[in-house]
Design a protein around this ligand. Structure first.
Ligand code: GDP
Length: 298
């Protein structure tokens, strides 16, 4: 349902065309593989991941004696699911559970944090505290405060230009003092100053660890699906500044391509945990690889 909402454009766009390739009762030919490859690349799957998928699908067809186009669809879907299942991680159990959110500006970080806060409080009855450590970007703090009040969760701020380390320090202290379940920290994503970003994130991590040695328990990298392969490149660059554990793909509902999720799983080598399915607070889905592939190629 939520996943279907996120893939609607892709389903009527490129993945609809891919499904169309399989809708004939023809023998499999080299042309068929070429057409499939071209469409996957157009769908933002990326050249390498496309070749990987097509080769593995060919092998699977051969192993299973599949010779007709119609039957090859299940083979492709099985290989697509595998791309995601290579990346699985069990989240830690901790209180407070410290979640550091990173991503380039505009990726949808603030919106995602609001969605997570909403989900944790409303669906799971957890207490959540937000820390606005993106003190660089004008309006980032206000934006987070607006969302936080809508989600009904408190937020620690020190205003624009404040030391992000001080905000994180306050956030960790407050989370411990108030016995909060989850502390979510928003960070600045200034890629053009990578050395600074690296130092800043390292500093934030050290401040967190002074209080909670095994934290942060999750470093969530937010990637905008509509930025395609370029978004993947930016994300990889950001990963040189911070050790990422998981990925959230936002704005999946905004692209007719949608294949970017495969490129992310393959290139970023981290599990996709969440997908953004729209602009509202409730527009968030836990990523489920089988449901995602079924939804794309229904
Ligand atoms: P930040 O700069 O990374 O904090 O990005 P924001 O959270 O401010 O989001 C940037 C824009 O993307 C806003 O207009 C959001 O409404 C929009 N946005 C964020 N997530 C989603 C999503 O999952 N789907 C859609 N359609 N829009 C989104």
């Amino acid at each position: 349902q939520k996943i279907d909402q996120a893939t609607a454009k892709a389903r009527s766009g490129l993945f609809g065309q891919i499904s169309g390739l399989f809708a004939v009762d023809d023998p499999i030919t080299e042309d068929f593989w070429d057409d499939l490859e071209a469409l996957l690349i157009q769908a933002d799957v990326g050249v390498e991941t496309t070749q990987y998928l097509v080769n593995r699908t060919k092998d699977r067809c051969n192993r299973n004696g599949v010779k007709r186009v119609r039957e090859a669809k299940g083979m492709l879907k099985a290989e697509m699911v595998r791309v995601f299942q290579d990346q699985v991680r069990a989240p830690a159990q901790a209180k407070p559970y410290v979640l550091l959110v990173v991503g380039v500006n505009g990726a949808g970080k603030t919106t995602l944090i609001a969605k997570l806060a909403h989900r944790l409080t409303v669906q799971y009855g957890k207490s959540v505290l937000l820390a606005a450590a993106d003190t660089f970007r004008a309006a980032a703090t206000e934006q987070l405060e607006t969302w936080a009040s809508r989600a009904g969760v408190p937020v620690i701020t020190r205003g624009q230009g404040a030391d992000p380390g001080a905000v994180v320090y306050d956030g960790v202290e407050a989370a411990l003092a108030q016995n909060v379940d989850v502390l979510i920290i928003d960070t600045a994503g200034r890629l053009h100053a990578k050395a600074n970003l690296m130092r800043e994130l390292e500093k934030l991590r050290n401040i967190i660890r002074r209080h909670i040695p095994d934290a942060p328990h999750e470093v969530l990298l937010v990637i905008d699906a509509t930025t395609g392969q370029n978004g993947v490149l930016q994300a990889k660059s950001l990963m040189q500044a911070v050790e990422v554990t998981d990925v959230a793909v936002t704005k999946l509902d905004g692209t007719a391509k949608g294949g970017i999720a495969f490129a992310i799983a393959q290139d970023i080598e981290r599990p996709i945990r969440y997908i953004g399915t729209g602009e509202k607070m409730t527009d968030l889905a836990m990523f489920d690889s089988q449901a995602f592939v079924d939804s794309l190629l229904s």
